[in-house]
Design a protein around this ligand. Structure first.
Ligand code: SAH
Length: 355
């Protein structure tokens, strides 16, 4: 097994097969382990009932099966539920590295919104995660275990007739997936694998604040997952004011990378746009956003501001409808799906271990 994944969890099927051969076991144990972990969300090795006890003990002794425990859950009246997970201890200050993931129930879908890092290195002015201390990247197993932990907690399976069936996964929790590219993409492939959850690639969305090299790599690798871009402002200067990553990757470069992606993949990109009154909802913003949207194969997901950092206010319903209509009148596909989980600090931009 590679150094990146020295454990059973987070390993790809072929890595597991190789691993079992390397410890003198038959290769088919790899597939059995993969299915136990990724299809049945085993929490302990004792659930590997087809493994002889001696083998389970051997694996246990190797520390091959770590756990990502849920330490707190909070449920919103709208059905959305947030879970806090403990991802080990930060060696620098002995604090528990906590992350959050959200089970979003909305419009007949059940979506797991998962974190890719502990905190975030970016400082988007509107996002609470940016105010946390950054405590590092998550391993692929810690990324998928958020999905598996939420499913166990909810009693959810992938059975077609299960009313709690998981339908989507979005990499829109804490962190920047493209600053943890290898582990995030490994996690997406684990979720997509037919021997695991077998979740369709079109039901898995990776969202980036605009890490251009990550978008280029995603494109050149022909990754089958959906790509979302947190655009949030249609103008280079205005975007710089609210998203510091614009200093590193300019808006024109970002849009060029996105156009290359839509061209190569033949798929639309999803632009996320946090509506912030007095910042990005004026007439000139609408015009620039329309120009961008007309030049890129895209859909726009409008999100009302969920935090009150800097005393910025949330738009009123009228302001949101007006903004959305202004885009729609120009033929732009713009949606506003509301903010499930807001009351438990589980909506977009709120994940900062509060609520
Ligand atoms: N770092 C990645 C993954 C996080 S996605 C990215 O930026 O895409 C989190 C989404 O929530 C982003 O689209 C972001 O624009 C949005 N968001 C952040 N803070 C928000 C807030 N206060 N209100 C509403 N949406 C917010």
């Amino acid at each position: 097994m590679s150094e990146e994944t020295p454990i059973l969890k987070g390993a790809l099927l072929e890595e597991l097969t190789e691993f079992f051969k390397s410890i003198g076991e038959p290769g088919y144990r790899g597939k059995q382990a993969f299915i136990r972990i990724n299809r049945f969300q085993a929490r302990t090795l004792s659930e590997f009932t087809e493994f002889p006890l001696a083998l389970r003990e051997k694996l246990e002794a190797m520390g091959a099966f770590p756990d990502l425990p849920i330490i707190q859950t909070s449920k919103d009246a709208d059905g959305t539920e947030k879970a806090v997970f403990a991802a080990g201890t930060d060696r620098r200050d002995e604090e528990t590295k906590k992350i959050e993931a959200v089970w979003i129930v909305s419009e007949g879908r059940r979506t797991a919104c998962i974190s890719s890092q502990v905190g975030c290195t970016l400082n988007c002015a509107f996002c609470a995660t940016g105010t946390m201390k950054f405590r590092g990247n998550l391993k692929a197993w810690q990324i998928v275990d958020q999905v598996y932990g939420l499913m166990r907690h909810r009693g959810s399976s992938m059975a077609a007739d299960d009313p709690e069936r998981l339908t989507n996964v979005v990499f829109m929790g804490m962190g920047e997936p493209f600053y943890n590219y290898d582990q995030a993409l490994r996690a997406a492939h684990l979720l997509h694998n037919p021997h695991g959850l077998n979740l369709g690639a079109r039901h898995i969305t990776i969202s980036t604040a605009g890490v251009v090299p990550g978008i280029e790599r995603f494109t050149s690798e022909g990754q089958p997952f959906n790509l979302a871009i947190s655009l949030n402002h249609p103008d280079p200067e205005g975007r710089r004011d609210i998203m510091d990553i614009t200093d590193r990757f300019s808006l024109p470069d970002l849009l060029a990378a996105v156009r290359a992606y839509t061209k190569a993949s033949g798929k639309p990109v999803m632009f996320e746009f946090v509506m912030i009154p007095d910042k990005n909802m004026g007439k000139e913003n609408v015009e620039k956003l329309v120009a961008i949207a007309k030049s890129v194969n895209c859909k726009i997901n409008l999100i009302p501001l969920n935090t009150n950092l800097h005393n910025w206010r949330r738009p009123t319903d009228e302001e949101m409808v007006e903004f959305q209509n202004a885009l729609r009148q120009e033929g732009i596909l713009a949606f506003n799906r509301g903010s499930p989980g807001r009351r438990v600090g589980g909506a977009c931009g709120m994940l900062a271990l509060t609520g």
